[in-house]
Design a binder for this molecule. Structure first.
Ligand SMILES: O=C(O)C(=O)C[C@]1(C(=O)O)C=C[C@@H](O)C=C1
Length: 296
């Protein structure tokens, strides 16, 4: 049975996401360790959060994806997110509340309204906060609902959320190998570092637009070298096996100082992508025929 290293410990949202992929689960304490486990071949897969509909991209994942040996996404899944606030049995006063920064950001207003004056403390994950509350380090933890089954804590509040319908997207990563087959409802992800010159980002986006490719995500992170130098994480609809996507990635390669492929995989929503692949195939056949002197 394949093994998935996931951003744990037990009881995180990431564990709930990883469970959907049906493999043996191995909890590790950080996103970096989950990805390192795949790079070292200790596990075949890693499951990590990539973006949340309220708080945006998960910087630790973006940064870990470009460090060291390449890893690629082969699947994604999206979870509805709502939180529980857990406390030790018998707790009467809450002075400190702990959680992952992305979780705290999604319940900021609830904390201000329901627990005015408490101090919020960032922990490595929601479940790590539950473990710390169990040890007596903090009074309350903002967690995934399942965490109550893993830690000796009680529910102080459930269904806690500032913004309704919050969702987090997770990636299943592994070392580069054969790609998932195109399904007609795929996403492709790359990260590029561009030379610092006028208009370069608009050139990249124009390459996509000219080929009718829908951009679904654009994030930037500093290269951690010179101030003002950025990497761009680009998500598009389509699969690298499709000529227009392959063509566009080749164009991005020409515009970039560095480019890393982060995967082509089925989208969690399974919404078909309007691809115009027939037009691209017909155009390629025509060029081929012209080159051979068979057509004018
Ligand atoms: O700490 C967890 O439980 C996680 O899986 C991380 C994470 C995130 O990085 O956004 C996942 C989903 C929620 O949005 C809050 C936290």
């Amino acid at each position: 049975m394949p093994r998935i290293a996931y951003f744990g410990p037990q009881g995180t949202f990431t564990e709930q996401a990883a469970l959907r992929f049906g493999a043996e689960l191995v909890p590790v304490d950080t996103i970096q360790l989950a990805i390192a486990s795949v790079r070292k071949g200790e596990t075949e897969f890693a499951c990590v959060p990539i973006e949340n509909s309220v708080e945006g991209a998960v910087p630790a994942t973006l940064d870990a994806l470009v460090r060291d040996e390449p890893v690629v996404a082969v699947a994604e899944t999206v979870l509805d997110v709502r939180f529980s606030v857990l406390v030790r049995p018998g707790t009467t006063e809450i002075k400190t509340i702990a959680s992952h920064p992305h979780a705290l950001a999604q319940v900021r207003e609830w904390i201000a309204d329901s627990l005015p004056g408490v101090t919020s403390i960032a922990t490595s994950s929601t479940a790590a906060a539950a473990a710390a509350v169990e040890r007596g380090e903090f009074d309350a933890a903002v967690t995934a609902p399942v965490a109550v089954h893993h830690y000796k804590l009680d529910e102080y509040a459930t269904d806690v959320l500032d913004v309704a319908d919050a969702r987090t997207r997770f990636l299943l990563l592994r070392r580069p190998g054969s790609l998932p087959e195109p399904t007609g409802a795929d996403r492709t992800s790359v990260v590029v570092t561009t030379p610092n010159r006028v208009g370069v980002l608009s050139e990249l986006l124009t390459e996509l637009a000219l080929r009718g490719i829908n951009l679904t995500g654009l994030e930037s992170r500093p290269t951690k070298g010179k101030l003002g130098e950025y990497r761009f994480y680009i998500d598009v609809e389509g699969h690298i096996a499709e000529p227009r996507i392959g063509d566009a990635l080749a164009a991005l390669h020409r515009h970039s100082r560095e480019i890393r492929f982060l995967g082509s995989f089925p989208k969690a929503d399974h919404e078909p992508v309007e691809a115009r692949n027939d037009e691209f195939a017909a155009a390629a056949t025509w060029v081929d025929a012209v080159r051979k002197g068979e057509r004018g």
